[in-house]
Design a binder for this molecule. Structure first.
Ligand code: MG
Length: 331
Protein backbone atom coordinates (compact mmCIF):
# COMPACT_ATOMS: atom_id res chain seq x y z
CA UNK A 1 0.00 0.00 0.00
CA UNK A 2 2.31 2.77 -1.25
CA UNK A 3 0.01 5.72 -0.63
CA UNK A 4 -0.51 5.55 3.20
CA UNK A 5 3.11 4.54 3.66
CA UNK A 6 4.16 7.72 1.85
CA UNK A 7 1.87 9.81 4.05
CA UNK A 8 3.41 8.22 7.16
CA UNK A 9 6.89 8.91 5.86
CA UNK A 10 5.97 12.55 5.25
CA UNK A 11 4.51 12.86 8.74
CA UNK A 12 7.61 11.30 10.28
CA UNK A 13 9.85 13.68 8.32
CA UNK A 14 7.76 16.67 9.43
CA UNK A 15 8.11 15.64 13.08
CA UNK A 16 11.87 15.16 12.76
CA UNK A 17 12.29 18.51 11.04
CA UNK A 18 10.14 20.38 13.59
CA UNK A 19 11.70 20.25 17.05
CA UNK A 20 8.69 22.18 18.35
CA UNK A 21 6.44 19.28 17.49
CA UNK A 22 8.78 16.56 18.69
CA UNK A 23 9.82 18.16 22.02
CA UNK A 24 7.56 17.72 25.04
CA UNK A 25 7.77 21.20 26.59
CA UNK A 26 10.37 23.95 26.49
CA UNK A 27 13.25 23.39 28.87
CA UNK A 28 14.25 25.77 31.61
CA UNK A 29 16.99 27.56 29.62
CA UNK A 30 14.64 28.14 26.69
CA UNK A 31 12.19 29.52 29.24
CA UNK A 32 14.51 31.96 31.08
CA UNK A 33 17.37 32.55 28.64
CA UNK A 34 20.71 34.00 29.68
CA UNK A 35 20.68 34.80 33.39
CA UNK A 36 21.94 38.15 34.54
CA UNK A 37 22.38 40.01 37.78
CA UNK A 38 19.97 42.80 38.64
CA UNK A 39 20.57 44.29 42.09
CA UNK A 40 20.99 41.32 44.43
CA UNK A 41 18.82 39.03 42.25
CA UNK A 42 19.38 36.72 39.34
CA UNK A 43 16.88 37.42 36.58
CA UNK A 44 15.97 35.82 33.27
CA UNK A 45 15.58 37.46 29.86
CA UNK A 46 12.11 38.71 30.86
CA UNK A 47 13.49 40.52 33.93
CA UNK A 48 11.76 38.16 36.37
CA UNK A 49 13.75 36.74 39.30
CA UNK A 50 14.91 33.15 38.75
CA UNK A 51 15.62 30.65 41.53
CA UNK A 52 17.09 27.34 40.34
CA UNK A 53 17.54 24.09 42.23
CA UNK A 54 19.96 21.41 41.18
CA UNK A 55 22.72 19.02 42.08
CA UNK A 56 26.51 19.18 42.06
CA UNK A 57 28.71 16.35 40.88
CA UNK A 58 31.44 15.44 43.39
CA UNK A 59 35.15 16.03 42.71
CA UNK A 60 35.69 14.93 39.10
CA UNK A 61 38.74 12.76 39.82
CA UNK A 62 37.45 10.62 42.67
CA UNK A 63 34.29 8.60 43.43
CA UNK A 64 32.15 10.87 41.26
CA UNK A 65 34.14 10.20 38.06
CA UNK A 66 31.94 7.43 36.53
CA UNK A 67 28.85 9.59 37.05
CA UNK A 68 30.06 12.40 34.75
CA UNK A 69 27.87 11.32 31.85
CA UNK A 70 24.72 12.26 29.92
CA UNK A 71 22.57 9.49 31.42
CA UNK A 72 23.03 10.89 34.90
CA UNK A 73 22.35 14.45 33.71
CA UNK A 74 19.18 13.31 31.97
CA UNK A 75 18.06 11.40 35.05
CA UNK A 76 18.55 14.48 37.23
CA UNK A 77 16.37 16.41 34.84
CA UNK A 78 13.71 13.74 34.49
CA UNK A 79 13.46 12.41 38.03
CA UNK A 80 14.86 15.20 40.23
CA UNK A 81 13.37 17.97 38.02
CA UNK A 82 16.73 19.73 38.41
CA UNK A 83 17.10 23.11 36.72
CA UNK A 84 20.88 23.04 36.87
CA UNK A 85 23.84 20.79 37.44
CA UNK A 86 27.37 21.59 38.55
CA UNK A 87 30.49 19.99 37.13
CA UNK A 88 33.28 20.16 39.72
CA UNK A 89 36.70 20.13 38.04
CA UNK A 90 38.94 18.76 40.81
CA UNK A 91 42.15 20.76 41.22
CA UNK A 92 44.58 18.38 42.80
CA UNK A 93 47.63 16.39 41.60
CA UNK A 94 45.29 13.39 41.17
CA UNK A 95 42.86 15.59 39.21
CA UNK A 96 43.24 18.42 36.69
CA UNK A 97 46.79 19.26 37.81
CA UNK A 98 48.01 15.76 36.93
CA UNK A 99 45.48 14.69 34.28
CA UNK A 100 44.20 17.81 32.53
CA UNK A 101 42.80 16.19 29.37
CA UNK A 102 40.94 13.43 31.25
CA UNK A 103 39.39 15.79 33.78
CA UNK A 104 38.43 18.42 31.21
CA UNK A 105 36.73 15.69 29.15
CA UNK A 106 34.63 14.70 32.18
CA UNK A 107 33.50 18.26 32.78
CA UNK A 108 32.73 18.81 29.08
CA UNK A 109 30.67 15.58 28.98
CA UNK A 110 28.41 17.05 31.67
CA UNK A 111 28.31 20.51 30.07
CA UNK A 112 27.44 19.05 26.65
CA UNK A 113 24.73 16.86 28.19
CA UNK A 114 23.27 19.83 30.09
CA UNK A 115 23.15 21.89 26.88
CA UNK A 116 21.45 19.02 25.03
CA UNK A 117 18.92 18.71 27.88
CA UNK A 118 18.28 22.49 28.01
CA UNK A 119 19.57 22.73 31.61
CA UNK A 120 21.78 25.33 33.25
CA UNK A 121 25.27 24.16 34.17
CA UNK A 122 28.00 25.53 36.42
CA UNK A 123 31.60 24.99 35.35
CA UNK A 124 33.22 24.87 38.76
CA UNK A 125 36.97 25.33 39.34
CA UNK A 126 36.90 23.06 42.37
CA UNK A 127 39.92 24.34 44.20
CA UNK A 128 40.83 25.55 47.68
CA UNK A 129 44.01 27.27 46.42
CA UNK A 130 42.96 28.76 43.07
CA UNK A 131 45.03 31.87 43.77
CA UNK A 132 48.08 29.61 43.32
CA UNK A 133 46.78 28.41 39.92
CA UNK A 134 45.84 31.71 38.27
CA UNK A 135 47.52 31.11 34.89
CA UNK A 136 45.99 27.63 34.66
CA UNK A 137 42.52 28.99 35.52
CA UNK A 138 42.84 31.77 32.94
CA UNK A 139 43.74 29.28 30.19
CA UNK A 140 40.96 26.86 31.19
CA UNK A 141 38.20 29.46 31.42
CA UNK A 142 39.27 31.10 28.16
CA UNK A 143 38.92 27.71 26.49
CA UNK A 144 35.51 27.21 28.10
CA UNK A 145 34.42 30.73 27.08
CA UNK A 146 35.42 30.06 23.46
CA UNK A 147 33.62 26.74 23.47
CA UNK A 148 30.49 27.65 25.46
CA UNK A 149 30.31 31.44 25.83
CA UNK A 150 27.50 31.70 23.27
CA UNK A 151 25.35 29.23 25.25
CA UNK A 152 22.84 30.63 27.75
CA UNK A 153 23.16 27.37 29.73
CA UNK A 154 26.67 28.00 31.01
CA UNK A 155 27.91 29.80 34.13
CA UNK A 156 31.53 30.05 35.23
CA UNK A 157 32.35 29.38 38.89
CA UNK A 158 35.97 30.38 39.22
CA UNK A 159 36.97 29.56 42.82
CA UNK A 160 35.03 26.94 44.76
CA UNK A 161 36.16 27.56 48.32
CA UNK A 162 39.08 29.79 49.28
CA UNK A 163 40.63 28.04 52.27
CA UNK A 164 40.54 29.73 55.66
CA UNK A 165 43.42 32.20 55.93
CA UNK A 166 43.21 33.49 52.37
CA UNK A 167 42.06 37.08 52.42
CA UNK A 168 39.65 38.80 50.06
CA UNK A 169 41.84 41.81 49.40
CA UNK A 170 45.19 40.05 48.98
CA UNK A 171 44.31 36.63 47.54
CA UNK A 172 40.75 36.10 46.30
CA UNK A 173 39.78 39.42 44.73
CA UNK A 174 42.98 39.89 42.65
CA UNK A 175 42.67 36.29 41.38
CA UNK A 176 38.99 36.85 40.51
CA UNK A 177 39.69 40.13 38.71
CA UNK A 178 42.35 38.46 36.55
CA UNK A 179 40.14 35.48 35.63
CA UNK A 180 37.08 37.67 35.05
CA UNK A 181 39.03 39.94 32.67
CA UNK A 182 40.24 36.87 30.75
CA UNK A 183 36.71 35.46 30.39
CA UNK A 184 35.22 38.84 29.47
CA UNK A 185 37.76 39.28 26.67
CA UNK A 186 35.95 36.37 24.98
CA UNK A 187 32.48 36.15 26.52
CA UNK A 188 30.94 39.50 27.46
CA UNK A 189 27.85 38.30 29.23
CA UNK A 190 27.55 34.84 30.86
CA UNK A 191 27.31 34.83 34.65
CA UNK A 192 30.58 34.51 36.61
CA UNK A 193 30.43 33.36 40.24
CA UNK A 194 33.22 34.28 42.64
CA UNK A 195 34.15 32.33 45.78
CA UNK A 196 34.30 34.19 49.08
CA UNK A 197 36.76 33.87 51.99
CA UNK A 198 36.58 31.20 54.66
CA UNK A 199 35.20 28.33 52.53
CA UNK A 200 32.75 30.65 50.73
CA UNK A 201 31.06 31.84 53.88
CA UNK A 202 32.38 35.39 54.43
CA UNK A 203 30.11 37.00 51.84
CA UNK A 204 29.91 40.09 54.06
CA UNK A 205 33.63 40.67 53.48
CA UNK A 206 33.14 40.56 49.70
CA UNK A 207 30.10 42.86 50.02
CA UNK A 208 32.24 45.51 51.70
CA UNK A 209 34.60 45.59 48.70
CA UNK A 210 32.83 44.13 45.65
CA UNK A 211 34.38 43.56 42.23
CA UNK A 212 33.65 46.20 39.63
CA UNK A 213 32.40 44.12 36.70
CA UNK A 214 29.13 43.18 35.04
CA UNK A 215 27.17 40.03 35.78
CA UNK A 216 29.08 38.79 38.80
CA UNK A 217 27.54 36.75 41.63
CA UNK A 218 29.21 35.55 44.83
CA UNK A 219 29.34 32.11 46.39
CA UNK A 220 27.63 31.17 49.64
CA UNK A 221 28.09 27.59 50.88
CA UNK A 222 26.29 26.05 53.84
CA UNK A 223 26.16 22.65 55.52
CA UNK A 224 22.94 22.39 57.47
CA UNK A 225 24.45 20.41 60.37
CA UNK A 226 27.16 23.01 60.99
CA UNK A 227 25.91 26.37 59.74
CA UNK A 228 22.88 28.04 61.24
CA UNK A 229 21.50 31.54 61.85
CA UNK A 230 24.93 33.19 62.16
CA UNK A 231 25.74 32.38 58.53
CA UNK A 232 22.28 33.47 57.35
CA UNK A 233 22.85 36.79 59.15
CA UNK A 234 26.11 37.27 57.20
CA UNK A 235 24.27 36.52 53.97
CA UNK A 236 21.59 39.09 54.80
CA UNK A 237 24.25 41.74 55.49
CA UNK A 238 25.77 41.02 52.07
CA UNK A 239 22.45 40.94 50.19
CA UNK A 240 21.28 44.14 51.85
CA UNK A 241 24.44 45.77 50.48
CA UNK A 242 23.30 44.62 47.03
CA UNK A 243 25.46 41.52 46.67
CA UNK A 244 23.90 38.75 44.53
CA UNK A 245 24.57 35.35 46.11
CA UNK A 246 24.54 31.88 44.56
CA UNK A 247 24.55 28.74 46.74
CA UNK A 248 26.63 26.61 44.40
CA UNK A 249 26.97 23.97 47.12
CA UNK A 250 24.95 23.01 50.18
CA UNK A 251 24.80 19.90 52.32
CA UNK A 252 22.28 18.25 54.60
CA UNK A 253 24.98 17.22 57.10
CA UNK A 254 28.02 18.80 58.73
CA UNK A 255 30.71 20.70 56.84
CA UNK A 256 33.02 17.67 56.60
CA UNK A 257 30.38 15.79 54.62
CA UNK A 258 29.78 13.48 57.60
CA UNK A 259 27.51 13.48 60.67
CA UNK A 260 23.74 13.01 60.71
CA UNK A 261 21.31 14.42 58.15
CA UNK A 262 19.86 17.56 59.73
CA UNK A 263 16.33 17.62 58.33
CA UNK A 264 15.10 20.61 60.33
CA UNK A 265 18.11 22.85 59.67
CA UNK A 266 17.85 21.96 55.97
CA UNK A 267 14.22 23.07 56.03
CA UNK A 268 15.12 26.41 57.65
CA UNK A 269 17.79 27.00 54.98
CA UNK A 270 15.35 26.12 52.19
CA UNK A 271 12.86 28.62 53.56
CA UNK A 272 15.67 31.22 53.64
CA UNK A 273 16.63 30.49 50.01
CA UNK A 274 12.99 30.66 48.96
CA UNK A 275 12.57 34.02 50.67
CA UNK A 276 15.67 35.49 48.99
CA UNK A 277 15.10 33.68 45.67
CA UNK A 278 18.53 32.06 45.74
CA UNK A 279 19.68 29.35 43.37
CA UNK A 280 21.39 26.27 44.76
CA UNK A 281 23.05 22.89 44.15
CA UNK A 282 23.15 20.00 46.60
CA UNK A 283 26.53 18.39 47.34
CA UNK A 284 26.87 15.84 45.78
CA UNK A 285 26.74 13.03 43.22
CA UNK A 286 29.33 10.45 44.33
CA UNK A 287 29.10 7.06 45.98
CA UNK A 288 31.59 7.26 48.84
CA UNK A 289 30.28 5.89 52.13
CA UNK A 290 29.67 9.28 53.75
CA UNK A 291 26.57 11.28 54.59
CA UNK A 292 26.77 13.94 51.87
CA UNK A 293 26.91 11.41 49.01
CA UNK A 294 23.46 11.17 47.40
CA UNK A 295 23.94 7.57 46.27
CA UNK A 296 25.10 4.43 48.06
CA UNK A 297 28.45 2.78 47.23
CA UNK A 298 28.26 0.96 43.92
CA UNK A 299 25.05 2.69 42.72
CA UNK A 300 24.74 2.50 38.94
CA UNK A 301 26.41 5.22 36.90
CA UNK A 302 23.48 5.14 34.44
CA UNK A 303 21.01 7.16 36.54
CA UNK A 304 17.60 5.55 37.15
CA UNK A 305 18.34 5.29 40.88
CA UNK A 306 15.74 3.61 43.07
CA UNK A 307 15.00 4.91 46.60
CA UNK A 308 17.30 2.14 47.91
CA UNK A 309 20.18 3.41 45.80
CA UNK A 310 19.76 6.90 47.27
CA UNK A 311 21.16 7.69 50.70
CA UNK A 312 19.12 9.47 53.39
CA UNK A 313 20.76 12.70 52.24
CA UNK A 314 20.00 11.87 48.61
CA UNK A 315 16.33 11.23 49.35
CA UNK A 316 15.98 14.50 51.28
CA UNK A 317 17.83 16.54 48.64
CA UNK A 318 15.73 14.95 45.89
CA UNK A 319 12.50 16.02 47.63
CA UNK A 320 13.68 19.63 47.88
CA UNK A 321 15.05 19.84 44.34
CA UNK A 322 12.07 18.04 42.80
CA UNK A 323 9.54 20.32 44.50
CA UNK A 324 11.55 23.54 44.26
CA UNK A 325 9.65 25.16 41.42
CA UNK A 326 6.34 24.76 43.24
CA UNK A 327 7.79 25.64 46.67
CA UNK A 328 9.74 28.68 45.55
CA UNK A 329 6.78 30.06 43.56
CA UNK A 330 4.54 30.04 46.67
CA UNK A 331 5.29 33.40 48.22
MG1 MG B 1 28.02 34.80 26.34
Amino acid sequence: MPYPRRILALLAAALLLSPGLAAASPGIVTQHGLLRVEGNKLVGADGQAVSLAGVSFGWSQWEAAPYYNAKVVNWLQEDWKAGLVRAALGLDPTGYLGHPAREKARVCAVVDAAIAADLYVLIDWHDHHANEHTALAVAFFQEMARKYGHRANVMYEIFNEPIKGLTWARDVKPYAETVIAAIRAIDPDNLIIVGTPNWSQDVDVAAADPIKAENIAYTLHFYAGTHKQELRDKAVVAMNKGLPLFVTEWGTCDASGAGPVDVESTRVWMEFMRQWQLSHCNWAIYDKAETAAIIVPGATAQGGWTAKELTASGRLAREWVRNWAKYSAAR
